[in-house]
Design a protein around this ligand. Sequence first.
Ligand code: DGJ
Length: 725
Amino acid sequence: MARKSTILSCLIALTASQAFAIGETITISTEDVQLVYKVDDQNKLRQCYFGASLHDDAANVQMTKNDAFPSFGTSYVNEPALRAVHADGNTSTELAYVSHTTAEEADGVQHTEITLRDTYFPFDVVLCFNAYQKENVIEAWTVISHNEKKPVMLYNYASSHLFFSEPTYYLTQFYGEWADEMKMEEMQLTRGKKVLESKLGVRSNQHAHACFLLGLDAPAQEDAGRVLGGTLAWPGSWNLTFDVDNLENLHVICGINSFAGQYSLAKGEKFETPRMLYSYSEEGTGTITRNFHRWAKKYGIWRGDRTRTTLLNNWEATYFNFNEEVLSGIIKDASDMGFELFLLDDGWFGTKHPRNSDNAGLGDWQVNKAKLPHGLGFLVEEAAKNGIKFGIWLEPEMVNPASELYEKHPDWVITQPNRPLDLSRNQLILDLSNPKVQDFVYSVVDNTMTENPGIAYIKWDCNRFVTNSGSFYLPAEKQSHLWIEYVRGLLSVFERVRAKYPDVCIMLCSGGGGRIDYASLRYFDEFWISDNTDAYNRIFIQWGATYFFPSMALASHVSVVPNHITGRTVPLKFRFDVAMSAKLGMDLQPKDMSPEEKEFSKNAIQEYYGIREIVQHGDLYRLLSPYESVRTAMMYVSEDKKDAVVFTYLLDKVINGGNNQVLYLKGLDPEKRYRLNELNKAPNTYSWFTPLEGKSYTGAYLMEYGLRFPMYNQYESKIIRLTEE
Ligand code: DGJ
């Protein structure tokens, strides 16, 4: 009887809304982009348009058959955005439009919710959107809930589904490995599915990044053509599926990777999927980049309006092998060179199991008195005495079996019972689905901060991914929830840390770029994109990362040569010129530098302060791609277009005549005159830029005729500052 009345009320609700909903147009609009849905005569929500803004004509687009959020069960679907098994075992879901609301959520952010309901079950999917007007970014996610008597099992639960109908599609994926992140590869999509995904759970961007560019009807270009860029805000397993169907339509389905992750949704529980971020442009990937950067600085990263600090990190300087004297020396040198902060990396903790290599101590966050007899407080003071700040490395989610923490809480780790422990970097992951573990992880940060007042910076590391995915905390029937509960637990810890420590600068690190996403970055000031600090490799890694993530947050460090990972030797100037194109830092032992190298570094750091505002807060324009040309170049332009800075690098020697590639500058004011000055000049070397030094030209000239000077040698580099006259 109760069931009948539920059905009846659903039917009444649907019939009532149907009467006035048919033909209804729902528009998700930014200043330049529109996504248009319509309700058809079957009360189904159809995606009818996605592209450049149609302004007031959005309602005039034609009805289509394109399901806005395809669910599995009653009709033919390619790849469903949603698949659920209902409380009574019914495997089908059929969603119909119920209602929608649109409101100004904050200044310049339009929030839309479209409620869809199953035509039989009291099962709702709310499609949610935030449309960031000026930044032309659309954030899409879903909220799933039901009122069925028993739990509903969710097997697929995407954040977003988009539909395209174009002659051709070109997908750029971002892939990599440890020390080899963010490489780019473009391919034409043909019939069938191309799936970009991670099943790693934690450190989930290690092999592929949850980011893509999609060229519509042409490969993606920098300054022309229709392109969609997307990235999923989720530090867990993810899936981006590109499905070209039998009629050559493209379905883009993005969200959590639901592989081995079916979710039992209780009555009344709201399941909110992560946010999928899109930016669309008809002027190529350059605009997408600038859209994401502007969005990130305002909404996506912690205090994106704040200028980031330069620092010296001791990781490559000492690894685990240091003491107070060594660190005091580095602190003094860091300060003398002009850095603003010293960051103490791994190896400072562990008593019973001292952290003298990566095989012990993780989890025991008490200072190792053998190395640091006066504790962290002493180093905070040393830094203060030298006029700089102090930062600390933590990896609070992890534990070595050789630790007091593991001895006490072996049931806190992620592992399958009755299977041998599967160690990676000699460590295990703490099970953040467990609230007690969440409290512990929070306390690691909180205790370190409260016991050592004055710490201004935290590097939050995470050095392995999930295998043996068992939780001692979750009940047997909810083991598949681990992937989601872990991330929820992690994000709630980030939230708590930020609530208490809003002013501390925090770096997101995961053995390099294994965890870079906008769900985490909401709480972080910056990220470590790669353990590979070789400036040559960094050009490619940073090139890829900055399509989605702003340079102000991308920590880039000068390190020693031969590089510890690649063995490559490049000039100190080249290393600085690359690091200065993002957020400058250093990762080496200053006492091993010659006086000339120290002097060069000192000057370079001061030069960085002169351009820091432009690099960190300006707009990025790509000029020459390292994937296409031996000479690569990019530039930043300040918002008022009064200042700009150009970076160019020669990746290989050009034997005959040098490289004369013209740099056609971008983003300048054609009317303004800009004076040119070379920064970071190589000592005792003739610069082929000299004929242009101090000269001034209009923005029009620099953009149309370009900047012309040759480069000859492998690893030659130049930084050119433009100042309005
Ligand atoms: C991995 C990080 O990416 C490195 O920078 C360093 O912090 C090590 N972990 C320390 O173990």
